[in-house]
Ligand binder design. Structure first.
Ligand code: GDP
Ligand code: IMO
Ligand code: MG
Length: 442
């Protein structure tokens, strides 16, 4: 029953795709359980860079079954483009499976997402404009259209007509935009069935079968814990549950089937879109991190806001997700800095907060309290063994572990598959003990 969840511990873009790809070599299945094509997961394999939005980052391994679970929202046109991009690079995709219960992103969701953001002006969320909020809203409102509806075009058409009545009145009367045409959408979506129809199945049975047969299943999160709809920095969040609990509902498995939870954390912090970000650095080092770390959105190309590592946030993520160990990414980006800071708590109106403050206003206005340490000048991108890291780098790692009280099991020092340090403690040992099979073979 080796169910392993891998998820983001910050505001997304922690390098989940890169770590999933690494582990996927030894997985029988990788499943996405929430989010849609707001996600952008980058995998670099050899000379090729893959940007995955819907498709799980295990797709580069033909014997790993890749599942898009019921908790995901799918824009079929974008999914088909992704499939075509992969096949142009000679990546087989017959190992893909799609849940019939996943909801479809429809063109009106995208129009309403964009128009809603425009109206909000300065208070906008800074969404990816992929229709994510509106499609999850329809799901909760029980007026959504699901993947399985594509297999019965009469039903699909009826639901589309019903939905468009209300959506077009909002589009026209609230936003003053051109209404959408049923026939155009219908013909377009009808065309998608030819390509994706063969992948549609009841994925919850499939995942449970794999887990019961003691196969390895990796649940790949999208976005990050602070973007979770319930526990994130609401309203500056996405519209799905990004935390470990969401893996169970978004895949259709019980919590007892999860053995291990790995959190992915960047060695510093980034965020795209609006919302509080206590350790943000507006210029200077912030710009250096953005340039060195190529911190521009994988999905939208927007510059990511950058700042120092934030321990209260990591501790919050560890608590919410029951994280066993952390995969730390982009440590190489910190090389060359004279000084590095870690935020250990926040200060607001004379009070120190060791944990995330209970009120969002405080998160907006608090000042980070830092410890400062010496940086390192060495290039660490070729280091394979922890003992070969500079002493100052080791100190940075040990300070993080001391503060979060969870081991750093993997340390990524570059985007390529080989640029990884596997620690002997935590992750490797736990997984080996439980499964008697190495999780990671490089
Ligand atoms: P995800 O959304 O969590 O999968 O992360 P993204 O793919 O959006 O962003 C992470 C970016 O960092 C990608 O461009 C990766 O290729 C890159 N990356 C991942 N790990 C490392 C690392 O250790 N060092 C460096 N320099 N880049 C990395
Ligand atoms: P991955 O999986 C970073 C952010 C958006 C915006 C907010 C709401 O690549 O880590 P949405 O379009 O979801 O309604 O936008 O969430 N956001 C992400 N930020 N990485 C992501 O995904 C994100 N997906 C959404 O920038 O602030
Ligand atoms: Mg991303």
């Amino acid at each position: 029953m080796p169910g392993i969840i891998l998820l983001g511990t910050q505001w997304g873009d922690e390098g989940k795709g890169r770590i999933t790809d690494l582990l996927a070599a030894n997985m029988d299945m990788v499943i996405r359980f929430q989010g849609g094509n707001n996600a952008g997961h980058t995998v670099i394999a050899g000379n090729e860079e893959f940007r995955l939005h819907h498709i799980p980052s295990g797709i580069l391994y033909p014997s790993t079954i890749c599942v898009i679970g019921n908790g995901v929202v799918i824009n079929p046109g974008v999914l088909i483009e992704e499939l075509e991009r992969l096949s142009r690079k000679e990546i087989r995709t017959d190992n893909l499976r799609i849940s019939g219960n996943a909801h479809l992103v429809m063109p009106y969701h995208i129009v309403i997402d964009k128009a809603g953001e425009n109206i909000l002006g300065k208070s906008k969320i800074g969404t990816t404009h992929k229709g994510i909020g509106p499609v999850y809203a329809d799901k909760a409102y029980r007026s959504g259209i699901r993947v399985q509806d594509l297999l019965d075009l009469k039903i699909f058409r009826a639901k589309l007509e019903e939905s468009l009545k209300l959506k077009n009145s909002i589009i026209k009367n609230v936003y003053g935009l051109e209404p959408l045409k049923t026939e155009e959408i219908f013909e377009n979506y009808k065309g998608f069935v030819k390509t994706i129809g063969k992948y549609i199945t009841d994925t919850s049975f499939l995942v449970n079968k794999y887990l019961d047969e003691k196969k390895f299943v990796l649940f790949e999160g999208a976005q990050g814990t602070l973007l979770d709809i319930d526990h994130g920095t609401y309203p500056f969040v996405t519209s799905s549950p990004t935390i470990a609990g969401g893996a169970c509902t978004g895949a259709g498995v019980g919590p007892k089937k999860i053995d291990e939870i790995i959190g992915v954390a960047k060695a510093y912090t980034t965020r795209v879109g609006s919302g509080p970000f206590p350790t943000e650095i507006n210029e200077g080092i912030g710009d250096i991190l953005r340039e060195k770390g190529h911190e521009f959105g994988t999905t939208t190309g927007r510059p990511r806001r950058c700042g120092w590592l934030d321990i209260p946030i990591l501790k919050y993520s560890i608590m919410l997700n029951s994280i066993d160990s952390i995969a730390l990414t982009k440590l190489d980006v910190l090389s060359g800095l004279d000084e590095i800071k870690i935020c250990t708590s926040y200060e607001y109106e004379g009070r120190i907060y060791e944990d995330i403050p209970p009120h969002q206003t405080i998160i907006h206005k608090c000042k980070p309290v830092y410890i400062t340490m010496k940086g390192w000048k060495e290039d660490i991108t070729a280091v394979k063994d922890f003992s070969d890291l500079p002493d100052t780098t080791k100190y940075y790692i040990s300070e993080i572990e001391r503060l979060i009280k969870v081991p750093l099991s993997l340390i990524s020092v570059g985007p390529e598959r080989s640029q990884i340090i596997i620690r002997d403690r935590g992750f490797k040992e736990n997984i080996l003990r439980k499964n008697k099979k190495p999780l990671l073979v490089l």
